[in-house]
Design a protein around this ligand. Structure first.
Ligand SMILES: Cc1cc2nc3c(=O)[nH]c(=O)nc-3n(C[C@H](O)[C@H](O)[C@H](O)COP(=O)(O)O)c2cc1C
Length: 347
């Protein structure tokens, strides 16, 4: 049955895939026992898709029809941005599990279970995505959640306040278009230190989170973060954003450089985010660490578990580690029926 369901074609461009969203399907979706919530709203299941696979409203409605209940619209910006050239998804072979700090991971011809992701967060013009989000919310079943992921677009000479205003503008537009939740991607470079990532800088994260919160009122708000290699910085980040955001989604990916068969580095030697099964353990460990810190501080932050999940067991491990919801990107792109299979395997 899987073979008959259309999927993202990694050999084609982002634009080609954007224009070839599959139609929705009508299949039996087994219900998942239990009571589930996402940022205070009841949802039929904790199963979601993070920012990435859902390039536009048609992709979002396709995965909604396949048994996902919390659906994240791929990260958009306040201005149009081109996608990086192919390859956007380069399969890699990882021995064991990623821990962070790896380099020259070998690329492989066929997909095993992990890949390097290289899109550069492209975006359509705001007029296009705003209208598309509105149309999508109108078509999506009312019990499902539509989250819009946004990112600021740093311009030369900008301060952190300028960047915060840009994030806030996108967040406001997402809200006006009918989003049920806004997610800000903080796994991207800070303006003042171009090698630093926002989520690793508590003060900058707070400045942006405050601006976003002000622009969206009490709409659910989740911050997407990247990988922490140790406990350092976790308490500072929780303290900085817990009174602004409702949740933290982790882990975006684990960064590493990638090498071809001749040991030449791909992507001009720049690291890329490795996503898929090989980041499961690193991400689960991070969810555990954050849940401890959140509990210690009595902070009201929900965790969205992301990274490497591909089975009912993986989803349960995330829930046990402290996540309230679990989102699948790579596994859902490889097997569009994964939510149905997880529901069938749930006991
Ligand atoms: C095709 C693709 C595109 C992605 N694009 C984004 C993005 O635009 N914004 C973002 O925050 N994360 C993006 N990600 C990262 C995913 O949201 C997720 O954090 C990552 O894939 C780990 O989950 P997985 O192991 O289930 O794939 C992307 C991932 C993939 C596979």
């Amino acid at each position: 049955m899987t073979a008959t369901l259309p999927r993202y074609d990694r050999k084609q461009s982002y634009i080609w895939n954007y224009e070839h969203a599959p139609p929705t399907v009508e299949i039996d979706i087994p219900s998942l026992p239990g009571a589930w919530t996402f940022c205070g709203r009841e949802v039929p299941s904790p199963l979601g898709i993070p920012a990435g696979p859902l390039l536009n409203g048609d992709w979002l409605l396709y995965y909604a029809s396949l048994g996902f209940d919390v659906l994240t619209y791929k990260t958009v910006r306040s201005r149009a941005r081109e996608c990086y050239p192919l390859p956007n998804l380069e399969p890699v072979r990882v021995e064991g599990m990623m821990r962070g700090g790896e380099s020259a991971i070998p690329a492989t011809v066929s997909m095993q279970s992990s890949w390097a992701v290289s899109f550069g967060m492209p975006s359509k013009d705001p007029d296009i995505w705003r209208a598309d989000v509105e149309r999508t919310r109108n078509r999506l079943a009312s019990e499902k959640i539509l989250t819009v992921s946004v990112v600021g677009s740093v311009q030369p000479g900008w301060s952190i306040d300028d960047l915060a205003a840009d994030y806030a503008l996108c967040a406001q537009w997402a809200k006006e278009s009918g989003a049920d939740c806004v997610e800000t991607n903080f796994s991207c470079p800070n303006v003042s230190t171009c090698d630093g990532q926002l989520y690793l800088q508590a003060d900058a994260s707070r400045t942006i989170a405050q601006a976003v919160r002000q622009s969206i009122g009490d709409l659910p708000y989740v911050i997407k973060i990247g990988h922490f290699t140790s406990d350092d910085g976790i308490a500072a980040l929780v303290d900085a954003v817990h009174d602004q955001a409702d949740g933290l989604a982790m882990t975006n990916s684990v960064a590493a450089t990638v090498a071809d068969g001749n040991n030449q580095l791909l992507f001009d030697g720049q690291p890329r985010g490795i996503c898929g099964a090989s980041i499961l353990e690193a991400s689960l460990a991070q969810v555990e660490r954050f849940s401890r810190h959140i509990a210690d501080r009595n902070a009201a932050l929900e965790i969205v578990g992301v990274g490497g999940a591909g089975s009912a067991d993986d989803v349960k491990r995330y829930l046990s580690a402290g996540a309230a919801n679990v989102q699948l990107a790579t596994a859902a792109m490889i097997d569009p029926l994964i939510a149905v299979k997880i529901r069938q395997a749930w006991t």
